[in-house]
Design a protein. Structure first.
Lengths: 247, 247
DNA sequence: GAGTGGTCTAGACCACAAT
DNA sequence: TTGTGGTCTAGACCACTCG
């Protein structure tokens, strides 16, 4: 069952990405869209709101909405799953588990996962590749209550996210990501095949379930040049923030 | 004139950041909020929607909304203006113009600013400091039609953004930001007081006016450790995307 | 002044979660 | 089964932009 507002959003998105409404062009008015689609204006506004939060269009009171970008944005699951992202971009993802160890949560891990210090966690270190070339060294710390499910995932499983979804119905719904840069250490140098001290892009993440329960936290270190991240902002919906060095 | 939905959003935000509704807690139901505030449910949903897009709460059909994070997010102007951001965080921003030159747009600049190759642009290189310590080397390319206004801004002006707003009524409304890492070159090493080849965090940005007209593009290179960026995502509103190395 | 998007109301039905 | 959020309608008024 597809929602009415989603159909309209999809249609407008298609018209934008296909170039029918190029960057800088004005969209039809909301009353007009409502008429042509046979819906109430509120439904049109839901669709328009979706495109605004994707950064595709901008709107101001009194003037028609304007196309800001014609690049479609990714789905949340593509952002979270390295494999899904790679496949969607026509790349060939690979990877291997370097280590998998149970341990006790550090204070920082405990605070990220809403646990108490010393609770059991599962730490996994993975190397990710694109077309065989190393791209990303990924450290993940899973909350203890899902350690069993994660350990049942085979080491050579391409998409852990997909596997957890299929096996135990676990889905990721929210994420918080912090991005900075740091120098490669000995471990990163060896696995990512770069020189020690060379620049890496680091993404620290914490992911939670639909109920708001933290599921995993970790940090991903990317070999530069292979991957970048983009964010679209506007005065109304501003998802990104800048932080000082003290975390 | 403050809008009703914004008052409600502010109130809920305050209750969340103050800890009255801690992370993991459930909010009152929408009908209840509508009753207690004496408004229609639609108005409450506007307020709730704002908190969702800020990543403060998450919602699912059938269950009450849940607090995901108690950290308030920044305003858009704080993200765009180095000085405003620094002041809001209790730091002491400074800076100086290293060079300011008019030139002709490169193909890349032209495409970012919706100009044609060879159109006039103004390029400015600035060093930004916090408490006197160098933090950021900022390259900005302004579209020619606003070069005069920018050149009238004194070199030692603390906030260019603020000055442009006050002088010519120019406001920034949308931004696109790409983040990656790279090694410091000779220029960055000298001004940021780091070793050549050491890691830097790079943010490439393009900013547009409320009408959707591109105003400036540029790239900011941060000394690592001093600054990081965070993004909150969810399955519905997903502002961040991961990109391959080909820009 | 005509048209636009922003705000708000007062209903209604549905799909889903919790119990 | 009860209550919740998600969707949708059919109006209305206002602040604003634009020609």
């Amino acid at each position: 069952m597809t929602r009415r507002h989603q159909q309209i959003a999809d249609e407008l998105r298609e018209l934008i990405t296909s170039g029918h409404y190029p960057v800088g062009a004005a969209l039809p008015s909301e009353p007009e869209l409502a008429r042509t689609h046979g819906v109430a204006r509120g439904t049109v506004r839901q669709a328009v709101g979706a495109l605004i939060s994707e950064g595709l269009i901008g709107s101001r009171q009194g003037a028609r909405s304007v196309v800001l970008s014609s690049t479609p944005s990714q789905s949340f699951s593509e952002l979270l799953s390295f494999s899904q992202w790679a496949r969607a971009n026509g790349r060939d993802p690979g990877g291997s588990v370097i280590s998998s160890l149970r341990g006790r949560a550090t204070p920082e891990e405990a605070s990220q996962l809403l646990l108490t210090e010393g609770d059991e966690v599962l730490r996994i270190l993975r190397l990710r590749t694109l077309s065989g070339a190393p791209v990303l060294l990924e450290r993940t710390c899973y909350a203890g209550w899902m350690a069993d499910a994660v350990e049942r995932v085979p080491d050579d499983c391409e998409s852990v996210t997909q596997r957890l979804h299929d096996d135990v119905g676990l889905v990721f719904a929210h994420g918080e990501h912090r991005i900075d840069a740091l120098a490669a250490g000995t471990l990163e140098a060896r696995h990512l095949e770069v020189r020690r001290g060379s620049p890496l892009l680091r993404l620290c993440r914490t992911t939670t379930s639909p109920e708001g329960r933290p599921v995993e936290t970790g940090d991903d270190r990317y070999r530069p040049g292979s991957v970048s991240f983009t964010v679209r902002n506007s005065a109304l919906t501003n998802p990104m923030s800048r932080n000082t060095g003290r975390h």
